[in-house]
Design a protein around this ligand. Structure first.
Ligand SMILES: [Fe+2]
Length: 318
């Protein structure tokens, strides 16, 4: 059976991609940003996922104002990097996982989430920047370490989906993954944010207090986040802060209780707050039988007492 082992939240700031592509990662401004992802790359190398589901938003690259799907799932065999105005990023073509993607589409749509199925799609910085942050720089002629299923969410044109809808879609994705018969280790990314606004009188807005509270609740109490209305994101986190609803798809795909493996937050990168978190599901046996360790401890204590009694009997019998 396939299983989701962890969720990763990550900003997808386009300037981070430009810094990688133009060899600026060692410059002091960027170094502190990339340093925050070194442990994450180590964790990713150790985790070795078989496939990643990456929730992101398209920035008028694959879609335009002519066509705006609320949720679009990439079911293709590959996803080329999009030309975002200065040529495609020099990163490998992203390999898809059509079998699992089609299974997720079927399961989720039959669970009444109306996904758009994309059998051909280019992907932009919204997806490839978090991939670089977690997988490191990968030569254009090489391969990303695992296949990816892209899930594009409309957070560009009103109305985006609600946080609650996103969280419940995450739940449906988890159900879909767990009903896939192949034994696969899956990770899911939620990308975008954190607080930022790129235009208008409030351009440059960053709200670290809001961002940090969001990360705290994402880790420990996600139900506090699912009912936040759009207007609160806009007011507190800026117009583009609405991207944060995508992190709730990732969180919904995890168990209620998770272990926070790692967190990183820095301001600014470009004109954006950069947030990152890794949340791991607890081992399956412990989750299925939450009292199992207590039972085992009781059994061990009983066994030790019996062994002590037996030893005492042997000593007395000498
Ligand atoms: Fe974005």
């Amino acid at each position: 059976m396939a299983r989701i082992v962890a969720g990763i939240g990550s900003s997808h700031v386009p300037a981070i991609g430009a810094a990688i592509d133009n060899g600026k990662t060692e410059e002091p401004y960027w170094k502190r940003v990339f340093a925050g992802f070194e442990k994450s790359q180590e964790w990713m190398r150790e985790t070795k996922p078989d496939v990643a589901i990456i929730v992101y938003n398209d920035h008028a690259s694959a879609f335009s104002v002519d066509l705006i799907p609320t949720f679009a799932l990439g079911c293709a065999a590959e996803f080329p990097p999009a030309d975002e105005g200065w040529g495609p990023r020099p990163v490998p073509v992203v390999q898809g996982y059509p079998e699992l993607a089609s299974h997720i589409a079927q399961s989720v749509i039959l669970d009444e989430f109306d996904l758009t199925i994309c059998n051909k799609m280019e992907v932009d910085h919204g997806m490839t920047v978090p991939m670089n942050l977690l997988f490191g720089k990968v030569d254009k002629n090489s391969h990303w370490p695992c296949p990816v299923i892209p899930l594009a969410v409309n957070v560009v044109m009103y109305p985006p989906p609600t946080g609650h809808r996103c969280f419940m879609l995450g739940r449906a994705i988890r159900k879909a993954v767990e009903s896939y018969p192949e034994d696969l280790k899956v990770v899911i990314f939620g990308t975008g944010g954190l607080s930022h606004q790129i235009s208008g009188p409030r351009a440059g807005l960053i709200n670290s207090k809001w961002d940090k509270a969001f990360l705290d609740n994402l880790s420990k109490d996600p139900q506090k986040l699912v009912r936040i209305p759009h207007v609160d994101y806009m007011r507190e986190a800026g117009a583009e802060g609405i991207e944060m609803v995508m992190w709730l798809i990732m969180r919904g795909a995890l168990d209620d209780k998770v272990d926070e493996v790692y967190r990183f937050y820095t301001v600014p990168a470009s004109n954006t707050a950069v947030g990152h978190i890794i949340l791991a599901n607890r081992p399956r046996t412990a989750r299925r039988h939450p009292g199992a360790h207590k039972t085992a401890k009781r059994a061990a204590t009983k066994h030790n007492r019996a062994a002590a009694r037996a030893k005492a009997t042997i000593v007395r019998g000498r």
